[in-house]
Design a protein around this ligand. Structure first.
Ligand code: ADP
Ligand code: MG
Length: 255
C-alpha cells in the first residue's frame, strides 16, 4: 500500500517546503521508499535538496503539460530511499496553460497511477495558492497535510482552504481526507505561539500532531547547503522534531 500526501496551505512562508523536504527525508531514513514531488514553480524543494534548478532537464511541468512519464523526471537524492521529481520556474506557465487542456484537474493523478505502488509515500509540496496546480495535487492525493505557522493570523485563510478541500471531495476526489495539521515555527518564549496552538487545536481537534516544530535556525540554514536537516545537523532540535513527526505519520497512516 502506498500513500499520497499533499502538503498544502495557500499562505506562503508557513513551512510547507521545510516540512515536505524534512518529513520526506525522515521517512526515507526510517526505511520507507519516498517520492517527493515539487509542484511549486519556485522550486525551493528542488534546490533545498541540492539540485540546480536551471540544470533540470525534465520537470513536473513536462509531466503535467506534455504528459511525459513521471519516471523520466526522477532524480536520486543524497538521502537513501528518497527520489525527487523536480520543478523549476517553467511551471509558472502551467497555471495558465492548464486552463485549456483536457482533464486539467486530473493530470497529476493520471501521471502517478503507473508508479504509485513503487513507493511507500508520495509527498507533494504545493505552491502558495489554490489554483489548478494545487487542485491537481489535491485530486491526486489520498490526504492533505496542513502546516500552520505559530504567528499572527495563523487561522486566517484556513476556512478557504477547507472549502477547497470540500469542493475537491465533491467533484474530483471523494476519498480525500485530512492527514493532519502540523504547527511550525513555534517559539515557547511567546504567549502568541502558545495561543495559536490552543486555537488550532480547537479548530482541528485530534488532527493536530503531537509533534510541534520549533523555530530552529538550523532548519532555515540547511536549504542553502542543499541538505535536509537530518544530513545537515542530525543532532539539532529541528532534526529531532521532524523524526518524531515522521513516526507519527507512519503510525497514523498504517503504511
Ligand atoms: P512555504 O513553503 O510554506 O512558503 P518554507 O518552508 O519555505 O514555507 O518556510 C519559509 C521560511 O521560513 C524559509 O526561509 C524557511 O527556511 C523558514 N523556516 C521554516 N520552518 C522553520 C523553522 N521551524 N524554524 C526556522 N525557520 C523555518
Ligand atoms: Mg514552499
Amino acid at each position: 500500500m502506498s500513500k499520497i500526501i499533499a502538503i498544502a496551505n495557500q499562505k506562503g512562508g508557513v513551512g510547507k517546503t521545510t516540512t515536505a523536504v524534512n518529513l520526506s527525508s525522515c521517512l526515507a531514513v526510517k526505511g520507507k521508499k519516498v517520492l517527493l514531488i515539487d509542484i511549486d514553480p519556485q522550486g525551493n524543494t528542488t534546490s533545498g535538496l541540492g539540485i540546480d534548478k536551471s540544470k533540470v532537464e525534465k520537470s513536473i511541468y513536462d509531466v503535467i503539460i506534455n504528459e511525459t512519464p513521471i519516471g523520466e523526471t526522477f532524480i536520486e537524492t543524497k538521502v537513501k530511499n528518497l527520489t525527487l521529481s523536480p520543478s523549476n520556474i517553467q511551471l509558472a506557465g502551467a497555471e495558465v496553460e492548464l486552463v485549456s487542456v483536457i482533464s486539467r484537474e486530473t493530470r497529476l493523478k493520471h501521471a502517478l497511477n503507473d508508479i504509485k505502488e513503487d513507493f511507500d509515500f508520495i509527498i507533494i509540496d504545493c505552491p502558495p495558492s489554490l489554483g489548478l496546480i494545487t487542485i491537481n495535487a489535491l485530486t491526486a492525493a489520498d490526504t492533505i497535510l496542513v502546516p500552520i505557522q505559530c504567528e499572527y493570523y495563523a487561522l486566517e485563510g484556513l476556512s478557504q482552504l477547507m472549502n477547497t478541500v470540500k469542493l475537491v471531495q465533491k467533484h474530483l476526489n471523494p476519498n480525500l481526507k485530512v492527514e493532519g495539521v502540523v504547527l511550525t515555527m513555534f517559539d515557547a518564549r511567546t504567549n502568541l505561539s502558545i495561543q495559536v496552538v490552543d486555537e488550532v487545536k480547537k479548530y482541528f481537534g485530534n488532527k493536530v500532531y503531537k509533534t510541534i516544530i520549533p523555530r530552529n535556525v538550523r532548519l532555515s540554514e540547511a536549504p542553502s547547503y542543499g541538505l535536509p536537516i537530518i544530513l545537515y545537523d542530525s543532532k539539532s532540535k529541528g532534526a529531532e522534531c521532524y523524526m518524531d513527526l515522521a513516526d507519527e505519520v507512519i503510525e497514523y497512516s498504517g503504511v
